[in-house]
Design a protein. Structure first.
Length: 416
């Protein structure tokens, strides 16, 4: 059955909340949310009025042209969280919590498939009702994308809704070739960051249509399961369900999380992701388990207040840190907002099963895989005997590494 998914985003959320608190119109007033008295401060949000003048969110204060006058509002995360909860309560007046996926502080997915007959409304009418209720109760504006799956709903909102007078866009499968395929540059497409865009450009791919008509097997060979996902999304294929995000996991999982001692930016976080996976894959091997799903949660600094959580099902069970790192890194690259300060990282591995066999793809050599597995197990035994800090990657000597300190606190002894 074709589903009806709404993706609703609160327009210029932080800036709009500050305008509402001051009884100002965000569409006519120039307001920036940022730390005052810091010329290099990140603009966490700007009003739609400033956006109409070409000022972007997530820029720097000094990048705003000198001739534009504006008000700076200090970030108030407790207020934004309170307003976000008010909006979520409105969603729950229309649907049950099982059909709601909170994507971020200002953006949610709603599966309204089973509610259209109840309300005697089309998805468009129901979206308009919800947006009007948000406006009535909170004075905040919203944009909405409507689609038969989460992907098309999200892209409809990102690409078209903000340009429509009522801030709603509805895409269906017939719009894939006429709308989805025309998206360019590729980083405008949900799930494609600047780094991935460059890699795809290097292959001669500049529009979503280029990805959709490219050889799927070649994309998978170059990028792994991420390549396969890129091809599917370029063709409007997304089988994920909101109910899957909300279903309580019955199977056992393991996780690793840390609050960082300073703000990390951009590529600095890669070493942290790799080190956390080292610990997790070691646990898998010691317990003779493999995982079939990964989870990543990133929380930004308190001054920003935002966060994101993403997960990915694997094609095959694995304990291979290199495979898992590529997946985690791609999840991070696709969802991280550039130059945002990171203060907390959590990685989880689930769908755990007894590791009884090795699953190979067409591009792997069994001898190389066995050699690597034996090496990993030998390193595990050395760290068990002589301590977690007895064998470390060279990157663990960098200032951005936290593994040496964490190893003294999370178990294991350290030999001198």
């Amino acid at each position: 059955m074709e589903r009806s998914i709404l993706c609703i985003d609160l327009k210029s959320f932080f800036a709009s909340v500050e305008c509402v608190a001051r009884n100002l119109d965000p569409f006519t007033y120039p307001l920036v949310v940022a730390e005052p008295n810091r010329d290099g401060a990140i603009t966490l949000a700007v009003t739609p009025y400033l956006k109409s003048l070409g000022i972007k969110s997530r820029g720097r204060i000094y990048e705003i042209p000198k001739h534009i006058k504006y008000t700076i509002a200090r970030p108030r995360m407790s207020l934004y969280i309170e307003k976000s909860k008010e909006v979520i309560d409105i969603y729950l007046e229309y649907i049950s919590i099982e059909d709601l996926h909170i994507y971020s502080i200002d953006e949610c997915f709603l599966d309204v498939t089973n509610y259209l007959n109840l309300y005697k409304k089309t998805p468009y009418q129901l979206a308009l009702d919800i947006m009007n209720k948000i406006r009535e109760k909170t004075k905040l504006y919203a944009t909405a994308g409507i689609g038969p799956n989460m992907l098309l709903a999200k892209v409809a909102m990102d690409i078209e809704a903000k340009h429509n007078s009522n801030f709603i866009a509805e895409w269906n499968y017939n719009d894939i070739k006429t709308k989805l395929w025309n998206i360019s540059p590729l980083s405008n497409m949900w799930g494609i960051g600047k780094r991935m865009e460059k890699k795809l450009n290097d292959l001669g791919l500049y529009k979503v249509k280029d990805i959709a008509t490219y050889d799927k097997s070649k994309l998978k060979e170059k990028f792994g399961i991420i390549g396969e996902e890129l091809w599917e999304h370029a063709n409007g294929i997304d089988l994920s369900k909101i109910s899957d995000f909300n279903r309580e996991a019955k199977e056992r999982s393991i996780s690793n999380g840390q609050v960082l001692f300073k703000d990390y930016y951009n590529d600095e976080i890669y070493i942290i992701l790799k080190e956390m996976l080292v610990s997790l894959t070691k646990r898998l091997r010691l317990e003779k388990l493999s995982c079939g799903k990964v989870y990543l949660h990133i929380r930004y600094s308190k001054t920003i207040g935002n966060e994101f959580s993403v997960s990915k099902k694997l094609d095959n069970q694995t304990t291979d840190i290199d495979k898992l790192y590529i997946i985690i890194k791609n999840l991070f690259d696709k969802n991280y907002e550039e130059d945002m300060p990171i203060r907390q990282v959590n990685i989880g591995l689930s769908k755990l099963e007894k590791d009884r066999y090795i699953q190979l793809n067409l591009f792997e050599n069994i001898n190389i895989v066995n050699k690597k597995n034996n090496l990993d197990k030998a390193l595990d035994q050395i760290s068990l005997k002589y301590g977690n800090n007895s064998i470390l990657n060279a990157t663990s000597l960098l200032n951005t590494s936290t593994i040496k300190l964490r190893n003294t606190k999370i178990g294991g002894h350290n030999a001198g």
